[in-house]
Design a protein around this ligand. Structure first.
Ligand code: PLP
Length: 301
């Protein structure tokens, strides 16, 4: 697969950024038109391990992971099944329509069965699904495993990030953050790595991330106060921020993760959380396809 690695780093300025701070966005949303953002990095080792086996993975109706897996498997010519949480709605989400269009076989299952299958418990799996589950390469929901974290170490190979004092990244499962921490440690970077949790009160994330670390060689922290009401919740302030940020920087963000990271960055900067002279690298983890779930006209980009 061909990915752009040049021109991914975009310095930006905004009216609210204090003059004594510098900021840049690592535009992983631009590495590939379909396989965007951190999801490619989480998938790469997992798909290498698949060989020529069919792939099975899991997600909700608006999952960026399902979308990216569908696209990556199409590019690699691998058959793929997406097991989707919950009964099929009358009108499928844009994400699932796209994924099906890319060749993913979509299988809706009730929540309880979904939770069991996700954990590898096939005792209640439909009989016709068993042969596939037994032969397939199973990638967990969100690509959240060790192979996923390892792939994310490569994000910090896209440039020379030694000048940065802080790295900010949105957090769902924490797999990407763990990869960034390991990658920074491996390269001897001095930046502190801050994760902005997109979930409300998901304090177990800290331990889950710790479980993926190869040694804590850089300082890191998950910030739990910037979820804007909870996972996938949207506030008027968030939408205003996303539009305002795009107007000032031409950088589009997504409603679930990167928009909240930018809003958190703005609030942290205003609160003086970055010492003067700090250079902050924000990781754009992609996810723009999910904005199709907003009412039309919400976003001006
Ligand atoms: C999935 C996703 C994340 C979260 O990544 P984790 O590795 O699960 O923490 C962040 N940003 C975007 C845009 C995503 O799609």
């Amino acid at each position: 697969m061909h990915f752009t690695t040049k021109d991914l780093l975009q310095q930006f300025n905004t009216a609210w950024l204090p003059g004594n701070l510098q900021a840049a966005m690592l535009r992983l949303d631009r590495i590939h038109p379909l396989v965007q953002g951190n999801k490619w990095f989480k998938l790469q080792r997992n798909l290498e391990a698949a060989g020529s086996r069919p792939v099975v993975t899991f997600g909700g109706p608006w999952s960026n992971h399902l979308h990216a897996t569908a696209a990556a498997c199409k590019l690699l010519g691998l058959p793929v099944t997406g097991i989707v949480r919950g009964e099929a709605p009358a009108v499928p989400s844009q994400t699932l329509r796209d994924a099906a269009g890319l060749g993913m076989h979509i299988l809706h299952v009730p929540r309880e069965l979904y939770d069991a299958l996700k954990k590898g418990d096939v005792t209640r799996a439909p009989l016709d699904l068993l042969p596939l589950l037994e032969s397939a390469c199973i990638i967990p929901e969100g690509g959240g495993n060790e192979a996923g974290a390892e792939g994310c170490e490569d994000i910090l190979e896209l440039g020379d990030f030694s000048p940065y004092t802080h790295v900010l990244c949105a957090v769902g499962t924490g797999t990407t953050l763990a990869g960034l921490i390991n990658g920074a440690g491996k390269r001897g970077l001095r930046a502190e790595i801050w994760g902005i949790s997109a979930l409300k009160g998901a304090f177990s994330l800290d331990d889950e991330i710790r479980g993926l670390l190869k040694g804590e060689m850089v300082e890191w922290e998950v910030l739990h106060d910037y979820h804007e009401g909870g996972f996938a919740k949207v506030t008027p302030e968030l939408i205003t921020e996303m539009n305002d940020f795009f107007r000032q920087t031409c950088i589009p963000t997504d409603r679930v993760y990167t928009g909240k990271m930018v809003l958190a960055f703005r609030k942290l900067a205003a609160a003086g959380e970055f010492p003067p002279g700090s250079k902050i690298l924000l990781i754009h983890t992609g996810g723009l396809q999910g904005n199709a779930s907003l009412p039309q006209g919400s976003l001006h980009f």
